[in-house]
Design a protein around this ligand. Structure first.
Ligand code: BQF
Length: 291
């Protein structure tokens, strides 16, 4: 059994982006720029935004983080997005989700210029993804695809079962994997809250992608021996043995499932770190760079 090392692969990708950023600056005088907007003081969101800023700094990407109070009006937030749309130093814009209830998330996403949509959440980006046109892939699905490629796990002709149908993970990963392309071309099933017998489907998976948001939702009896298991869950649970009193776990009962899987992503250190690396890759792409 192989433990898929997302931390290692994400570092390799960041090293590649860093080299491309240096090259871009010396050959074309362009420094990629990322604007990150954080609304309110959600501790998890603050931590994510901090690690995005830190990654930019390490890679030579210019970044601006705007933290605004949770009470900001929707129109003020939209104006801030517009300001970055018109800022020549900024190639990528992201608004950290979730947003407070009084703000229409979809409206904010749709205000980001599709050319700067490094999170890949704009309907234009999603539409392009769905019909196989080059675009910004959102960081989590993109990270999963890179993990499969770099571990030489080719989904072509394989049955991939995705559990979860969110706009951020389930729907986009299913749509990427079903494309008639190299390193895709899979037979894809999406199971979700409307599925009576989730296990019936997961047991048929050659590649199982869990994006549920519930600790230990995927147990050993739900997995076919030899399957590849990708755990997208980021759940914080109580654990009195740690300093903070909490710990991160995925959606998969890792200790037991690893006994029968051929390859599995851990949490932490699996898909999570890849999301940051792929955001950096998208920011490079937004500035006109390639790897
Ligand atoms: C790891 C996110 C839910 C809602 C909004 C490394 C991250 C997480 C885990 C990370 C996430 C989750 C991010 C690990 C960014 C992934 O070592 O396992 C990195 O920073 N993430 C986000 O920006 O917004 C979210 C999950």
């Amino acid at each position: 059994m192989v433990i898929i090392d997302g931390k290692k692969i994400s570092q390799e990708i960041k090293d590649e982006v860093k080299a491309a950023v240096i090259k871009m600056k010396s050959e074309r005088g362009i420094v990629p720029g990322l604007a990150v907007i954080l609304v309110g003081e959600n501790p998890a969101s603050q931590a994510y935004v901090k690690s995005k800023g830190k990654a930019c700094e390490e890679l030579g990407i210019y970044s601006v983080t705007e933290q605004v109070p949770a009470t900001i009006s929707e129109s003020d937030l939209l104006s801030m997005v517009e300001r970055f749309n018109n800022d020549k130093k900024i190639h990528g814009i992201l608004v950290q989700l979730p947003l407070p209830k009084h703000i229409d998330e979809q409206k904010v996403i749709e205000t980001i210029s599709p050319a700067k949509d490094v999170d890949g959440f704009h309907p234009i980006s999603i539409g392009k993804l769905m019909i196989g046109i080059d675009t910004f892939y959102s960081a989590t699905p993109y990270g999963i695809m890179e993990l499969l490629k770099r571990y030489k796990i080719n989904p072509s002709g394989k049955h991939v079962v995705v559990v979860g149908r969110s706009n951020i993970v389930g729907k986009p990963i299913a749509n990427i994997l079903v494309q008639k392309k190299e390193w895709a071309n899979a037979i894809v099933t999406i199971a979700h809250t409307g599925t009576k017998d989730i296990s019936y489907y997961t047991k048929q998976a050659d590649i199982l992608i869990a994006a549920i948001g519930k600790p230990n939702a995927i147990t050993k009896d739900m997995v076919k021996p030899g399957a590849v298991v990708i755990d997208v869950g980021i759940n914080r649970i109580d654990d009195a043995t740690t300093k903070t009193g909490t710990r991160l776990v995925g959606d998969v009962d890792f200790e037991n499932v690893k006994e029968i899987a051929s390859a599995i992503t851990p949490v932490p250190g699996g898909v999570g770190p890849m999301t940051i690396a792929m955001l950096m890759m998208n920011t490079l792409k937004a500035a006109g760079g390639k790897i």
